[in-house]
Ligand binder design. Structure first.
Ligand code: ADP
Ligand code: ZN
Length: 738
């Protein structure tokens, strides 16, 4: 069946309201309608869905759309129903394990009546007898295989059920096949064509270049502080921060909020309602920042995400490309910043150890690509596009860290020749690392197995490191002097161009990789943070003159306000002020033990005094701000804070965490002493008499000489329960003294 271009265009307008096709859409659609198989590679946002939706609507029969994302099927079906015509629900259906018997019956009737033009199915539904016999009765217009990279175990999202699609097509009856994906390396492309057995499919490949995205990789040192600074400099802009673990998501979201940035967490461990609420808050712009595991983002189409930050490096370039791709979908600014340290790579490798060997091999290879990308000094855009089999010929893209800050180049012709000669001399092909080991003269078990330490080339380049030689080989790949084979992924061979180069070498501008720090362990991080906190509260290092001025001011104010001095600011707070020299409310709130409330209530006079002092004495303030941290970022504390927010009884919280009440109260006291306010009124009202609350409260306001719990217990323990004293003290600290 052939179709005229203007008819197609009028259908596009009629069904979808668009005036013209985007990219390759028209060619793809025409090809499909004419009965050809098609393979569509388009970056996210390119308009893939329309490539099968429109033909499904105009062709005779029902199109079978195979998609791995059961959770998104309903959205997709709703979307197409919304486009096509109000109320005509039977035009599209989905079939998956979430449907009830009655719903399946309805789908069946609509299908058999011929009204349904699109049927979305999960691949596992295609293996069920009932479904097969139903589908066999239909006239199938074509098969669309969405997220086709799921076929390949070299994709980042391998689904074994996808391997059986071709068998299913045979059982149901052959019709044209269209496979679509937003990420596919040459290896994955070849797997898809082979597995679907559509060698003659016409390939429609759009450029994967996203010119408006800025790519940057930063050393993972002080990443949290760096992120807070970045977000503050980009106030009001929407952004996504990806972390690998749920724990980190919670911690980071918490930390951002503590530092005045409204952020919500999103991960699979949250209940469905919270997850939905947080996602909506982000989409509706109640919060600018979402901190998420990769569970977030699929099927989300927020056009104005201005930054995507990877707190942890992703485990493949595909994931990286897909996640960064969520920035700047409207073609405007989109900054993609990744924090990298080699420790994180080792962590990812450790996670893989539980997997099967074959999977581990693939995982390691994908990770090696990530390392090469992160450490490279080459244009990031060029590296990414090259990874997806696309040529990028600009010298300088002007929109990545390496192009903005280029590193010095050296003439690498001699080194490249050494690499090429080595590869040519070996009877078998090897991976990058192995070749680099030979040249650098580093032995390991593989080198020994092959007796490669006996080669003349062994150690011939030992004036350079293994890493240096890896860089040379990577750049040889980029320059197409070397090639990585598709079938035996990762093995390096010399191309025809490389042979020509070797026989007549010319100048090659190579750059050395960047150096990154090793990174620290979480635990070490925490220890370091604790150490700095201890240093800070130890009182050392402050300006003694300023400190005494601040103490005078406090005494003076205390008299005027008829408050105890420590209620205004505690000693550690004053010490911190004498170190940080805060001159704005924002600065002040970053001082130890100074919350929002206290800063506003008592801060102004202190700021004026400090400002004068700074000016009179020409003091250079630390221009870096201080990140407020939780006393200890342990999951327990986060859990306690959240539970109290939800007004859960303290006994239940203690139970859930396996703590006794004493331990729980201590945790709460630590949380409060670090400046986090907790509202325990719901619990106090039920457990302590009102007059007792009043009496203990006035003790702290009028009599106590500090906020010391030990003193309070000594003074009050004859009259009141320890628990009562502790609870009211916390109430007091949160309401008055913070
Ligand atoms: P992909 O699946 O490739 O990520 P989608 O199919 O979700 O992309 O399309 C991305 C966006 O582009 C959607 O908002 C869609 O409505 C829009 N779109 C698709 N085709 C066209 C077109 N021809 N004209 C205008 N907008 C289009
Ligand atoms: Zn660049």
């Amino acid at each position: 069946m052939a179709i005229e271009s203007d008819i197609l265009r009028s259908k596009l307008k009629h069904f979808f309201g668009f005036d013209s096709f985007k990219g390759d859409q028209e060619q793809v659609i025409t090809h499909l309608i004419e009965g050809g198989d098609a393979f569509v590679l388009m970056p996210t946002g390119g308009g893939k869905s329309l490539c099968y939706q429109l033909p499904a609507l105009v062709m005779e029969g029902t199109a079978i759309v195979i998609s791995p994302l059961i959770a998104l099927m309903k959205n997709q079906v709703d979307a197409i129903r919304g486009f096509v015509s109000a109320g005509d629900g039977c035009i599209a259906h989905f079939l998956n394990s979430s449907l009830s018997k009655a719903q399946i019956q309805e789908v069946r009737e609509d299908l058999l009546s011929g009204r349904t033009k699109l049927l979305y199915v999960a691949p596992e539904s295609l293996t069920k007898e009932d479904n097969i016999s139903l589908l066999r009765e239909l006239k199938i217009s074509f098969y669309a295989i969405d997220e086709a990279h799921c076929i390949s175990d070299w994709g980042h999202d391998f689904r074994p059920e996808y391997r059986r699609i071709r068998d299913m097509v045979e059982q149901l009856g052959r019709a044209p096949i269209i496979a679509l994906t937003a990420t596919a390396t040459p290896k994955v492309q070849s797997d898809i064509l082979k597995n679907l057995n559509i060698p003659g499919a016409k390939i429609f490949k759009s450029s994967f270049n996203r010119p408006n995205l800025y790519y940057e990789v930063r050393d993972k040192v002080d990443a949290e502080k760096n992120i807070i600074k970045f977000i503050k400099q980009n106030a009001g802009k929407s952004g996504i921060i990806y972390c690998l673990s749920r724990k980190k998501v919670e911690e980071l979201a918490n930390l951002l909020n503590m530092n005045g940035i409204a952020a919500r967490p999103y991960h699979a461990g949250l209940d469905a309602k919270t997850r939905m609420d947080n996602q909506d808050a982000f989409l509706m712009e109640q919060v600018n920042v979402i901190v998420a595991t990769i569970a977030f983002g699929m099927g989300i189409d927020k056009p104005d995400v201005r930054f995507v930050i990877h707190y942890d490096i992703p485990k493949s370039i595909e994931s990286y490309y897909q996640e960064t791709g969520r920035a700047g979908r409207d073609g405007q600014e989109g900054r993609c910043i990744t924090y990298y340290s080699y420790k994180d790579i080792q962590k990812l490798e450790k996670f893989m150890q539980s997997k099967m060997i074959s999977e581990q091999e693939i995982g390691k290879q994908l990770l090696a690509e990530v390392v090469a990308y992160a450490e490279s000094s080459q244009c990031r855009r060029k590296l990414l596009l090259n990874y997806f089999g696309e040529e990028y010929s600009e010298e300088n893209c002007g929109c990545c860290d390496n192009c903005v800050n280029p590193r010095p180049v050296f003439d690498g012709r001699k080194e490249m020749c050494m690499v090429i000669e080595l590869i040519k001399s070996l009877p078998e092909k090897f991976k990058i690392e192995h070749l680099a080991n030979i040249l650098a003269g580093v032995t390991n078990s593989t080198i020994n197995t092959y007796h490669h330490d006996k080669l003349a080339a062994f150690g011939s380049g030992n004036n350079h490191s293994v890493k240096f030689w890896c860089t040379v080989i990577h750049q040889g790949l980029l320059l197409h002097l070397l090639d990585k084979e598709i079938e035996t992924y990762g093995l390096i061979s010399v191309t025809a161009k490389g042979m020509i180069f070797a026989s007549n070498p010319y100048e090659l501008k190579l750059v050395e990789d960047r150096e990154f720090s090793m990174g620290t362990d979480e635990e070490e991080d925490e220890e370091a943070a604790a150490a700095t906190a201890a240093m800070r509260s130890g009182g050392g290092g402050g300006d003694p003159v300023l400190l005494s001025i601040l103490k005078d001011l406090r005494r003076d104010m205390a008299k005027r306000l008829k408050l105890q001095p420590w209620i205004i600011f505690t000693d550690p707070s004053l010490v911190d002020m004498s170190i940080q020299f805060p001159v704005s409310m924002e600065d002040l709130k970053n001082c130890q033990g100074v919350g929002d409330g206290k800063a506003k209530k008592f801060g102004q006079e202190f700021l004026t005094v400090i400002k004068n002092y700074v000016e009179e004495n020409d003091i250079i303030r630390p221009d870096d701000f201080v990140v407020k941290t939780a006393p200890n970022k342990s999951a327990n504390k986060v859990f306690i804070i959240q539970s109290i927010d939800r007004q859960i009884a303290l006994e239940d919280i203690a139970d859930m965490k396996g703590l006794d009440m004493d331990k729980l109260m201590s945790e709460i006291e630590i949380i409060v002493s670090s400046g986090t306010k907790l509202n325990l009124n719901y619990y106090i009202q039920q457990n302590v008499d009102d007059d007792v609350v009043d009496e203990i409260y006035s003790y702290f306001r009028d009599e106590a000489e500090s906020d010391s719990l030990a003193d309070a217990l000594k003074d009050l323990e004859d009259e009141y329960d320890e628990m009562e004293i502790r609870l009211v003290r916390i109430k007091f600290l949160c309401e008055i003294a913070s």
